[in-house]
Design a protein around this ligand. Sequence first.
Ligand code: NAG
Ligand code: NAG
Ligand code: NAG
Ligand code: NAG
Length: 382
Amino acid sequence: MRTGRFITLLSLSSISLLGVVSAKSGFGEACDQSNTHLDANTYNLITDCDSTTYCASNGTCAYKGCRKDIYPFGYSDYAFDQLPPLCPQGQFCPDEGDQCMDQVPVGGSCQKDRDNECALADNYKDLAGFLNTNGSICLNFTCYYANVTLGQTCVTDNTAYTAYLDSGAPYAFIVSRDNCANGMYCDGTALQCMKTKRQGEACSGNKECSTYNCGDDGKCGKAADDPIHPGAWQYVLVGLGIVILIGGVMTGLWFAHRRSRNENQIKLEQYYNEQIAYRQSIMSMSHAKNSLLSLPPNTSPDIARSSLYRDDSGWTSATNDELLPPNVRRDSTSGWSDGDGPSRERIERVDSDALLMHPHAHANYRESRYMDAPEPRGGYRE
Ligand SMILES: *[C@@H]1O[C@H](CO)[C@@H](O)[C@H](O)[C@H]1NC(C)=O
Ligand SMILES: *[C@@H]1O[C@H](CO)[C@@H](O)[C@H](O)[C@H]1NC(C)=O
Ligand SMILES: *[C@@H]1O[C@H](CO)[C@@H](O)[C@H](O)[C@H]1NC(C)=O
Ligand SMILES: *[C@@H]1O[C@H](CO)[C@@H](O)[C@H](O)[C@H]1NC(C)=O
């Protein structure tokens, strides 16, 4: 199988090499039809003319009148619609490419490996297989139908191509073709059609195997185009791998995000606490000034001073109707609450500027509860 591709490469490179090395005649230049022959190694047709012309009978190179391949060799400078035409059904373009000719009946002569030069059998759809062309085959330059059945005498055509090892040593690569029907091969010594062998059976050539692949171990191997069938456990393993990978990425992102979220939360809380403390200080100062100014006239400085500094808990005394306890530091999310759940009143207070000083704090201060919204345990109780 591998060597087959190697031979294709080999023949392609030798064609291009020949095109460069020996200068070929162009259109109108002289040529000799007796020089037309098959290459000994590659079985390509060699003529005196270049790849777009053929050697006509009057001894000059003329433009080709047909092509056998959809994309013929040597026409890279031509647009697709400038190529010589393909031949219609029932005709073929010979290797020279001079003009289309009618297909040859069984027994007629054909060019090397040009199965499509042979006419179709009436039951060509039954005979068609991957080793022939529509049930016809060209063996030893003669047309046959690939219709010989089991045990019948068959014709075989062995072609030895010269192939080269990696070391450069040449060896013969033999391609054997025959006119046995599908599912059979022509045995080289008995010259009779035999059933092709299944995978694992001993073989001596590719054609003996139904997979057309006789391995180096002398047994029929897998077909070259046999797809690989992965086991069910491989699907499960790949699926699990994908799920675990996605899960790992998600979890990692979740942890990373939670961490940065917590850091931001702490920063925000610190910022708000600073702001509130600052505001408290200003309000306390303002309040102290008002208290001093609202004392009755002729109040001695000592009494005035004692109205500010008391010996008990001072600002937090609930018995003082005039001086409300200043708010303590609190979280951005906390607020005054009279009840356990968030009430409308509480929300209003939270939204209000005046919430730092509870309007009814002196009346129901004991029932009030300084609540920290996310963690009630962290709140302050009177
Ligand atoms: C030779 O034959 C070809 C094809 O028939 C033709 O195109 C060409 O003009 C001929 N050349 C001469 C010199 O007669
Ligand atoms: C082989 O048969 C198919 C279908 O009938 C047809 O299209 C194709 O041209 C045939 N090939 C040759 C070389 O005659
Ligand atoms: C090929 O055909 C020629 C006659 O055309 C014949 O002499 C020769 O023996 C054949 N070769 C094989 C291998 O059948
Ligand atoms: C195969 O085709 C040839 C040519 O038509 C015919 O002579 C021969 O009897 C056929 N063989 C079988 C087994 O059908």
